[in-house]
Design a protein around this ligand. Structure first.
Ligand SMILES: *Cc1c(COP(=O)(O)O)cnc(C)c1O
Length: 227
């Protein structure tokens, strides 16, 4: 009982502490992947409404079980054959990194008579394990006829992940680069407004470099256990 109580308090305390530190202009996505519904409800009771998941099936299950005013963000790498399961309700897809994926999202959005908001993922990290478009691919995509014909997609901005390293200068440099890609794109597409960058370990740097949306998991819910 005591541990249970402590756990509830810690999710709410962690969340409130982070929220009190974020500028008003920055949206907090509480990353609840692998975490049970009760943890999400604790955050919900503390006022949090935006949650991020990286597996489609898990997100669908949570959407079915939990309050319907939660906004679900898909933050993980997305397979095209999974888009149909979440097209009805997903609020924002962060990791769009190919024309074929965009085409599928557009098709599924149309079926549900929706416009699905998306972010294009840009590759900024040194590691080649992280997904995303480079700048050349970004502009090829934006200029393509396929892209211009997509009526059920709303590109809201960009997303990126920095290298997982203790070298803060490198992380800062990567975020600054993403911000400059964002600014260049904004001069072509003035309506874009979302720059999703920053996680538990690097969100303060990301905000200093111009992030408008941070994706924070372990600093709210504790470390994840994948076993
Ligand atoms: C898991 C994940 C996060 C959150 O990571 P934490 O370090 O727990 O804050 C953010 N973004 C993406 C894309 C993730 O997969």
């Amino acid at each position: 009982m005591r541990n249970y109580f402590n756990k509830i308090m810690s999710v709410k305390d962690n969340l409130n502490k982070i929220k009190s530190e974020l500028p008003k202009s920055v949206t907090l996505v509480a990353v609840s992947k692998t975490k049970p519904n009760e943890d999400i409800l604790n955050a919900y009771e503390a006022g949090q409404r935006v949650f991020g998941e990286n597996k489609v099936q898990e997100m669908v299950q949570k959407w079915e079980d939990l309050p319907k005013d939660i906004e679900w963000h898909m933050i993980g790498h997305l397979q095209r054959n999974k888009v149909k399961y979440m097209a009805e309700f997903v609020s924002l897809i962060h990791g769009v990194d190919s024309p074929r994926l965009l085409k599928e999202i557009n098709k599924q959005a149309k079926k549900h008579d929706r416009i699905i908001p998306c972010l294009l993922q840009i590759h900024i990290a040194e590691e080649d394990t992280k997904f995303g478009l480079d700048e050349k691919e970004l502009y090829e995509l934006m200029d393509s006829d396929i892209f211009k014909a997509m009526e059920n997609i709303n590109i809201k901005g960009l997303m990126g992940m920095a290298t997982f390293t203790d070298d803060k200068d490198q992380v800062r440099k990567e975020f600054a680069r993403l911000k400059s890609v964002f600014d260049a794109l904004k001069s072509k597409l003035p309506h874009i407004s979302v720059l999703s960058m920053g996680m538990s370990g690097d969100y303060t740097i990301a905000i200093e470099e111009g992030s408008t949306m941070v994706r924070i998991g372990s600093s709210i819910f504790g470390s994840r256990n994948y076993s």
